[in-house]
Design a protein around this ligand. Structure first.
Ligand SMILES: NC(=O)c1ccc[n+]([C@@H]2O[C@H](COP(=O)([O-])OP(=O)(O)OC[C@H]3O[C@@H](n4cnc5c(N)ncnc54)[C@H](O)[C@@H]3O)[C@@H](O)[C@H]2O)c1
Length: 481
């Protein structure tokens, strides 16, 4: 079966309605899968090779990006693929079996929901959502249309995770006490223009914005730095967090905890006088009902004037995942880690593959039609993404930071006090005046996990509004998927 390539359409006369339900072609056991790639930036470009390789039994059948400069090179290399800047038009093609979405975060859920409604299976990058509510809508859509939908938390396909679980289950480290999560990657400011960014000629503005509000863009560049604006991104917690939280939810909490019971957070966007509004320094406490989880996310260096990332001082580690047990701890990141006794002596080393088989795992499930074959079935990545949105909401509800109040939020709990003290020490090393630079401390928010909403005194209209977004018409995630 051949697919004819359509030219990149310059007009933005996009149909305003959702794609019509399209039936999927009937696949034979040996048929290649036709894949379309939605979002062709850094990650999406990599996906074309990862998913679209011949040994996977796949064909690069469709390409979609409203940025012509992003699409052009891929269209040249894959002349038989449909190149279409409007995802709705791409999805009309009945020959496409599955889509791989690596657009900006604000498009993930809507693109994925439209895709399943059009009869396609979906791989969608983390965070799978812009907000908690729409993530659940995607899970509902995957059930209703009986589609295979997988999240881009690829560590779930790393055999490392099962090895760590087995080791913890052996009792070698004793009972689990708490989990400490860290992300200490240094980043820089994103600029601040005097006048709004002129929209680049090569990008279709309406399609790029999709569900996001049409607000003036004051940063230096359009692409990638959308991460640092709530309108389109979810900050560093929403960027790296879904991986790290997902490791914790799987390896330590064994997927027993859908959502935390309570969350509190603080931090700020310090040192950079730029157009971003997400924190570059963020600390979070998750009360899970199993063991507490504390998390530090720092984009500033270990001290002012260096470009070296911060460190978790007590254990002198940058490990993403630290599982503290009675007789020692596990500390590791992508691709491996070690178990230590409480004197920091290595007891066992672990090596992983970083989740390289995750694309193959998705394709296997697309062929078998069995959700249980998936390592990161969409509900798993929805929940890990939602934890990050909750940590962001806990920060966004914050008021002026106060050190004593911060400690009192989880009074007398050592790992929390260590987290708060670590935040203050890190800010001091970067010569941040917490008062002058607008540091925030949020209230303790309570979560009704079954309803995926807030409960108790924290269930204010302001808090609840942050569980969902205002969609720019016609790019609206519907209540009924
Ligand atoms: N799993 C991982 O390890 C991993 C690694 C890197 C990035 N990611 C995720 O991948 C996503 C993309 O990240 P990136 O670094 O490539 O960002 P990027 O800014 O380089 O690329 C995003 C692309 O999406 C395009 N886009 C915007 N609206 C679109 C639409 N309606 N249809 C199709 N494309 C659209 C943009 O034009 C841009 O080319 C992010 O959500 C990020 O979190 C995941």
């Amino acid at each position: 079966m051949s697919i004819t390539r359509r030219r990149f359409v310059q007009s933005s006369l996009a149909a305003a309605s959702l794609p019509l339900l399209a039936s999927r072609r009937v696949l034979g056991a040996n048929d290649d899968l036709n894949l379309a790639f939605i979002g062709l930036g850094g990650r999406g470009g990599g996906h074309v090779g990862w998913f679209g390789s011949k040994q996977n039994g796949t064909r690069v059948a469709g390409l979609c990006d409203p940025d012509e400069s992003r699409m052009g090179g891929h269209a040249k290399k894959n002349p038989d693929a449909i190149a279409e800047k409007d995802v709705r038009k791409l999805l009309e093609n009945k020959d496409i079996d599955a889509v791989v979405i690596a657009s900006c975060n604000h498009w993930h859920c809507l693109g994925a929901i439209w895709a399943v409604q059009a009869g396609k299976d979906v791989y969608v990058e983390k965070p799978i959502s812009n907000n908690v509510w729409e993530g659940r809508k995607l899970v509902e859509a995957s059930r209703k249309y009986n589609k295979i939908v997988q999240g881009g938390t690829q560590q779930r396909s790393d055999p490392l995770q099962a090895e760590i679980k087995d080791y913890l289950d052996s009792g070698a480290l004793g009972k689990m006490q708490y989990v400490r999560l860290n992300r200490f990657g240094v980043r820089g400011e994103i600029g601040k223009r005097d006048t709004p960014m002129p929209w680049p000629d090569n990008v279709d503005k309406d399609l790029w914005l999709g569900p996001a509000q049409d607000l003036p863009i004051m940063r230096r560049q359009l692409q990638y730095d959308w991460h640092w604006d709530w309108n389109t991104g979810a900050g560093e917690l929403g960027n790296w967090g879904p991986h790290i939280v997902d490791d914790c939810r799987n390896v330590a909490l064994r997927d027993q905890v859908a959502m935390p019971k309570r969350v509190v957070a603080g931090g700020g966007r310090f040192a950079w006088n730029d157009a971003g509004n997400t924190p570059n320094t963020h600390f979070i406490y998750y009360d899970t009902g199993v063991v507490p989880v504390v998390m530090a996310v720092h984009n500033l260096p270990i001290k002012k004037g260096t470009n070296q990332g911060d460190i978790y001082a007590r254990l002198k580690t940058r490990a993403f995942l630290v599982i503290q047990c009675e007789n020692g701890y596990y500390a590791g990141g992508r691709g491996g880690g070690s178990a230590y006794d409480n004197d920091n002596k290595v007891l066992k080393k672990f090596k992983g593959d970083g989740g390289g088989q995750h694309a193959a795992n998705f394709l296997k499930a697309v062929r078998s039609r069995k959700r249980e074959d998936q390592n990161a079935e969409i509900e798993v990545t929805h929940l890990s993404s939602a934890w990050c949105h909750l940590g962001n909401i806990a920060y966004r509800l914050g008021k002026e930071y106060n050190s004593e109040e911060a400690k009192d939020r989880v009074k007398g709990y050592g790992p929390w006090e260590e987290l708060v003290e670590g935040f203050e020490a890190h800010c001091a090393a970067n010569e941040i005046d917490l008062g002058k630079e607008g540091a925030k401390l949020g209230p303790m928010i309570e979560i009704d996990a079954a309803k995926e909403t807030f409960t108790g005194p924290s269930a204010t209209d302001e808090a609840k509004a942050l569980l969902r977004r205002e969609y720019r018409k016609p790019y609206v995630v519907p209540d009924e998927v």
